[in-house]
Ligand binder design. Sequence first.
Ligand SMILES: *[C@@H]1O[C@H](CO)[C@@H](O)[C@H](O)[C@H]1NC(C)=O
Ligand SMILES: *[C@@H]1O[C@H](CO)[C@@H](O)[C@H](O)[C@H]1NC(C)=O
Length: 304
Amino acid sequence: MRFLPRLGLSAALTLAAFLSWRLLLRTPARRPPGDLSPKAEGGFTLTLDTFLHIQQLRKKRLRTFCSQAGKVTALPSSRDERASLLPSLRVNTKLDFLYCQAPSTGVEEWHQLLEKLEEGSVTLPVPLPYPRLRTKETRLSKFNQTEIKAMLGSYTKVLFVREPFHRLIATFLQGMGISSSFSSFIQEVLDSGMHNGSVAWKPLVSLCRPCLIQYDYVVMFGFLGQELGHLLRRAGLPGDSLLPELTDSQVQWTYRWLSEQMFSELSAQQKKQLSHFYRWDLAAFPFSNSFLSDHTSTAETWEK
Ligand SMILES: *[C@@H]1O[C@H](CO)[C@@H](O)[C@H](O)[C@H]1NC(C)=O
Ligand SMILES: *[C@@H]1O[C@H](CO)[C@@H](O)[C@H](O)[C@H]1NC(C)=O
């Protein structure tokens, strides 16, 4: 589609952005809210067994990734170091969840869900073997080391993941980059580097520290409805009826199409640099068919 004139592409992007925006923001009543009973979503049904099997595969892949040298695996003893290492980690001390707040991964919907669960004064089915903290504080790094260790050991830890190039497109469409074109936005991302990068595009591995935090669930954008349904049921929560309308499986096709268009807008150099920038995410999570995987020249640095 390289021959697509720029004007056509802009128009297409505007349309796609509009469609995505509508899909992402509206709350239509196409199906009863929270109707998550193992019925088709995106044309397939995820059984509990399959869900658990997929979780095992994702976590196995993560463990393999984490067994390579140079990963952060220990909780720092200094408060300042913890604050700089774990700024995106959030906890809900009432419902005992720990999760990573990476924008555009589905975590916003998760937030809404937790709020509704709290309003509904849900009680956890199993009494906990430690004193409850029950505070409004949600930033993990604000707690002391003893508390953090207790949380890491007992909370249900959830990681939301999404293919890095789709995250970039979502950020660009939301206008968070001030750039005029996608290519200059990507340049901005690349120039900001690993250290000064915005949470909107920082690699998930550095935002969420999946080698330090042993996540119980790795939830994939595109399958949120069914995966969160199983997760909530397993946590003994009545979330099914409260889950907000999730449109991630419906916007996937738009993003796949956009990826193709927008990837072709980038220079060979940018493609290579992006692949390098996200190489750890691509290694840690199963993003099949990522455009970025084809350009990883550095796969050998983790694959031995
Ligand atoms: C951590 O905070 C708790 C209060 O939640 C306090 O009882 C405990 O002494 C603190 N531990 C340390 C090591 O500061
Ligand atoms: C990050 O930004 C600060 C100031 O904005 C700058 O001094 C520093 O060099 C930047 N670091 C990198 C790695 O770009």
